[in-house]
Write a protein that binds this ligand. Structure first.
Ligand SMILES: C[S@@+](CC[C@H](N)C(=O)[O-])C[C@H]1O[C@@H](n2cnc3c(N)ncnc32)[C@H](O)[C@@H]1O
Length: 217
């Protein structure tokens, strides 16, 4: 429930205890090495008309939102981890950030920070959905649906097996689809990766494109 410890915080506590830098250090190193870390952003950019509003939900160290700013979009990142938000500010200073838990995010939170309350594309990638606090997935999907423009699309990707963080949950596809439906969202497409590889029963990763479910009648 809102306010309870997230799987992300559990993972960070384990990493700190083991002296590992984890996600933030990993992506800082990839940037130093000149690696491609923009696959998710490229697909989000394909979903978006030019120069639109994009919400990066669980924006982390900013690699996705920062790349989308670079493609001319009006992006806002939302995250609650102060250390990772600080890394994002240093790495991608042009990416505006809002400090909030996603299970507590409201249009008012965004408006109070001077940002739009609706977005043409909502991005929630990098395993955010399997690192939330237990049982908050439906609330997070509902909160993101509440800021998705009527014709907007949402990009959600997470690992089905072998997730990087040991504390990640398993999130079966049928449960995810049911949580989406409860939030008024419909699964438009499912792929096995951000390069649009076809999804199969063997796929270890799921990339979903969501939109508002059509109103009945
Ligand atoms: C593995 S990182 C991925 C970050 C980014 N999306 C990316 O792909 O680089 C997971 C992120 O989810 C964020 N997160 C997890 N639970 C959250 C919650 N309840 N509210 C806001 N952010 C959350 C963490 O703070 C962390 O930055």
């Amino acid at each position: 429930m809102a306010g309870t410890t997230t799987r992300w915080e559990q993972a960070r506590a384990q990493e700190r205890a083991a002296g590992r830098g984890g996600y933030g250090a990993h992506f800082a190193q990839l940037i130093d090495e000149g690696a491609d870390i923009e696959g998710e952003a490229r697909l989000a950019d394909v979903l978006a008309p030019r120069g639109v509003r994009i919400l990066d939900a669980g924006s982390g160290m900013g690699r996705v939102g920062g790349a989308l700013v670079g493609r001319g979009h009006q992006v806002v990142g939302v995250d609650f981890d102060l250390e990772i938000l600080d890394q994002s500010r240093r790495t991608y200073p042009a990416l505006p950030l809002v400090e909030s838990r996603l299970d507590e995010l409201t249009p008012q939170t965004l408006a109070a920070a001077g940002h739009p309350t609706t977005y043409d594309v909502v991005v929630c990638v990098g395993n955010v959905m399997i690192l939330l606090a237990p049982d908050t997935e439906p609330a997070v999907l509902a909160n993101l649906a509440a800021v998705l423009a009527p014709e907007g699309r949402m990009l959600v990707g997470y690992a089905l097996t072998d997730a990087p963080a040991a504390t990640s949950r398993e999130y079966p596809l049928d449960e995810f689809a049911a949580d989406c439906a409860a939030a008024g969202l419909a699964v438009e497409s499912r792929f096995a990766g951000y390069d649009l590889r076809p999804f199969t029963d063997e796929s270890a990763f799921a990339v979903h494109v969501l939109r508002h479910a059509p109103r009945a009648g």
